[in-house]
Design a protein around this ligand. Structure first.
Ligand code: G6P
Length: 611
């Protein structure tokens, strides 16, 4: 996946495109490029660089690039290594330029045909075949829109595209299928981008293109055609986000800012969703009550960090709500033959709402006969939200750091709301619901308390500067929290980390434990605390170095080979949310000490809109 941005305006669009790219950099940062049309000479002027947007800016500093129409791109490489020649925009015969997010599956076949027709390739990307294909039709019809409409019929795969041509320098064609694309509405100017965040400095009015839509943009108007080629109207929506919602402020990294935003983010997740001691059904949608009445089981589909949230949801749904649940990695689910159970709520969990595997898994679940569906998501109007019957927005606000933090804890909070509304249809009494609701309302202040551990954890993380491996242990709903802690550490510090349910240690991973293997454990004061303590003894007996995040009342004390960070006491059900915080902080501080790129770790991207 990649980030694309484009503009047609009366002013120079280069600063708008560069700011848009900066705001989209979380989507990929292997290379970046920009092309504008110089209105006078009608020529395409392009600058591309390998690396981040700062490299592109450096490349631009020696040039006088100006133009009123342009497109730009930040890349996360799929086909072809990160390099200047593989960077977008791609140009065909100095007439057409294109940026693309997605994957073209039949690129090899098209490439062979195009070579036979005399087209030369300058990159190893799948994208270059699109620009050549458009050019072929452009030669025939002399109309960019018609050329794009025809070329897209020849493509298999996913795309969001922005295309410009020298024929008309105030004209841009955009299209989406399988990858996100929004149109920004300005006054006498129009824009495209992969995400609204890219355009917030210039507009707050957006059209969200639908699957198969093709749009033509001029300064004065936007015309949209659906997959059948019919002209259609799409609503203009006002974004509630402000441009500074994606600023880093005084924080050293976005990730740290987002960790510290968790208390406020959880407050937002809960806002207006509870009345008295009761969670409102309607927060899942107008007819949610009737839909939820029918539900007998839950199937959660998600990837990455969201999958870990789903695993916690699994524990909660079965233990609190008495509703059977399974949770599956979306990229696996989409290719297996699941046994369909009736009245199963399919819950997709996703920060972005654009993860290709999760979208495909939802489609597969629907095709197989599961349903209805619920999307728990952080991005309104995203593909998963639009595919779902019921929706619960997590309202974490934009998350820029590639390693997910506040998106995760707000997903957990949203899942607890779901657990409660389903639970009261099964075994949860009004009294138990009221108790859970008070726990939820206490969460923001408990998160604040946990955040105060940051200096102590920063000090502790010094001991992680030289390590190469780490083991994380947890039990029950804290096993997925241990997994999330391990994922955070490996994502941003590149320390190899694995998580195990603590009871599983003796069945293999104990062989790895020695004085060089730090073992990080989460030890809330729950029913299986004593079992966990025995597991920790097994580590100590083998000379392992233990770091334990333990409830104040758990009576696990620091001593030789064991460092304990005390966590303020918290009720069992909400403990997974609170124990996440110190693990995020540990990963963050360890990465800072190691000097890695915390917000944009190597090889990763925040939103994976390709398979
Ligand atoms: C990428 C991100 C992860 C994220 C995963 C799922 O791999 O780097 O942080 O957890 O996608 O993303 P989603 O938007 O569906 O939650």
């Amino acid at each position: 996946m990649c980030g694309i941005v484009g503009a047609v305006a009366q002013r120079d669009v280069v600063p708008i495109l560069l700011e848009g790219l900066r705001r989209l950099e979380y989507r990929g940062y292997d290379s970046a490029g920009i092309v504008v049309i110089d209105g006078e000479g009608k020529s395409l002027q392009r600058v591309r660089r390998r690396g981040k947007i700062t490299e592109l800016e450096r490349g631009l500093s020696g040039t006088v690039l100006r133009g009123r129409t342009g497109i730009a791109h930040t890349r996360w490489a799929t086909h072809g290594e990160p390099s200047e020649t593989n960077a977008h925009p791609h140009i065909c015969r100095q007439a057409i330029a294109l940026v693309h997010n997605g994957i073209i599956e039949n690129h090899e076949k098209l490439r062979t045909q195009q070579r036979a027709n005399g087209f030369e390739f300058t990159s190893d990307t799948d994208t270059e075949v699109i620009v050549h294909q458009i050019y072929r039709y452009f030669e025939r019809y002399d109309d960019l829109l018609v050329a794009v409409q025809n070329a897209l019929k020849d493509l298999k795969g996913a795309y969001a595209l922005g295309v410009i041509s020298t024929k008309d320098p105030s004209y841009l064609v955009a299209a989406r299928r399988g990858s996100p694309l929004v149109i920004g509405i300005g006054i006498g100017e129009h824009f495209i981008a992969s995400d609204v965040a890219a355009l917030l400095p210039v507009t707050q009015r957006f059209i969200f293109l639908e699957e198969g839509d093709i749009a033509e943009l001029t300064r004065e108007r936007v015309t949209i055609y659906n997959v059948e080629g019919e002209q259609v109207e799409r609503p203009i929506r006002e974004s509630e986000l402000h441009a500074d919602a994606v600023e880093r402020g005084d924080f050293r990294h976005y990730m740290l800012k987002e960790i510290f935003e968790q208390s406020r983010a959880i407050t937002e997740t809960l806002e207006g969703r509870i009345s008295g001691h009761r969670v409102l059904d309607e927060v899942f949608g107008p007819k949610a009550g009737e839909v939820l009445d029918e539900i007998q089981s839950v199937l959660i589909l998600a990837c990455g960090t969201s999958y870990h949230a789903g695993m916690v949801g699994h524990y909660w749904l079965e233990s609190i709500a008495n509703v059977s649940c399974r949770v599956e990695i979306a990229s696996e689910f989409r290719y297996r033959c699941p046994v369909v159970t009736p009245h199963t709520l399919v819950v997709t969990l996703s920060q972005s709402g654009e993860t290709a595997d999760t979208i495909a898994a939802l489609k597969e679940a629907k095709r197989a006969g599961f349903g209805p569906s619920l999307s728990i998501c952080n991005v309104p109007e995203s593909s998963l939200v639009r595919e779902a019957d019921l929706v619960l927005m997590t309202r974490a606000g934009p998350e820029i750091g590639v390693a997910s933090t506040k998106a995760f804890t707000t997903q957990l909070t949203a899942l607890l709301l779901l657990v409660i509304v389903l639970g009261r249809r099964h075994k949860l009494t009004a009294g138990e619901e009221a108790r859970l609701v008070s726990q939820l309302l206490l969460l923001p202040s408990r998160v604040e308390q946990a955040l105060q551990l940051s200096p102590a954890i920063e000090e502790l993380s010094e001991q992680f500067a030289e390590i190469r491996n780490a083991l994380f242990l947890g039990r029950g709903a804290h096993y997925p929290i241990a997994m999330e802690g391990a994922l955070k550490l490996k994502e941003i510090s590149y320390i190899h980390a694995e998580a195990y349910p603590a009871g599983e240690l003796k069945h293999g991973p104990l062989a790895l434990v020695d004085a060089d293997m730090p073992v990080i454990a989460v030890a809330p004061n729950d029913q299986i605390l004593e079992k966990l303590k025995s597991n920790l003894q097994e580590v100590r007996a083998r000379g392992g170095r233990l770091y334990v995040f333990a409830d104040h009342a758990a009576e696990v004390k620091s001593g030789p080979g064991i460092t304990v960070i005390e966590i303020p006491s918290v009720e069992d059900e909400t403990a997974p949310i609170i124990y996440t915080i110190p693990l995020q902080l540990l990963a963050y501080h360890a990465a800072v000490i190691k000097g890695t790129d915390v917000d944009q770790p190597r090889n990763l991207a925040k939103s994976v809109t390709v398979e």
